[in-house]
Design a protein around this ligand. Sequence first.
Ligand code: NDP
Length: 290
Amino acid sequence: MTAEIIDGKKLAESIKEDIKNTIAVRKAQNLPIPGLATVLVGNNPASKTYVANKIKTTAALGIRSYSYELEENTSQESLEMLISELNDNPEVQGILVQLPLPEHLSEDKVLHSISPKKDVDGIHPYNAGLLSRKYSEPLFYPCTPSGIMRMIESVCPDISGMKAAVVGRSSIVGMPTAMMLSRSNATPTICHSYTKDLDEICRESDILVAAAGSPHLIQGDWIKPGAIVIDVGINHIPDSTKPHGYRLVGDVDFDEAVKRAGAISPVPGGVGPMTIAMLMANTLKAIEYR
Ligand code: NDP
């Protein structure tokens, strides 16, 4: 058996096309169009690439873009002052602070300072809290978990009663993904670096989301035959045949897993493009909260 490939790039393109059309209609009707502010602190090369991609996509969809690049040694006070100004700016509906921040800055305080109504990343504690409450809706669902759920739904619209394993419990990926799986009536097990018998938990799971940041952690024979496998990991491993001297791999041994899974997402071309598409969807949604 060879798994169906869940093409995140293609799925993301169709979501972005819909957003682009909606914005074009809004423009034609003289309705407000959304604005997204991106805040990048310091010189982390990966962060620079992520922010550049987000700005490029924003422009391509007709969303207004406001880009702020701050020095590595920016103080907590001046970063929070900028966020406060953006919170008050009616032209800006979404604020994205690229993580990780330099070590001297408190990510937690920065996230708290963003208005929950402009939290298009969906990771403000207010929105995270609402996500965890059974009968509440967050103002925004977090981008990467939303992308993961859309990918799962693309191959299996009803996951009620299915067993799921989420490897990773971070606030931006693992934990909210487990909550969203539960909200869709699957039964998730949240795994982390202290989890015993991870391979056994994976083997029992109809859905496996790998978000550990550990290259090829999930081996082929850990996959339940026919399972849906979403690989979130982005790992750079040395490869002298590549122009940059490295290549990207996920957390799953794709070549082996593809032989057992029912459906599997690749790296690259899987969750990454979906995260950006969901950010754009959240930015469009943010107009509702103007
Ligand atoms: P974090 O480092 O914040 O979290 C990693 C989690 O994985 C932790 O909960 C950790 O456990 C757990 N973990 C690490 N090693 C193991 C192991 N050997 N066995 C079981 N659990 C383990 O990472 P993020 O959640 O931010 O990101 C995870 C991966 O996803 C990264 O590769 C990142 O680059 C990628 N990513 C991709 C995105 C995309 O759009 N494609 C977006 C965001 C992230 P513990 O809590 O005990 O430390």
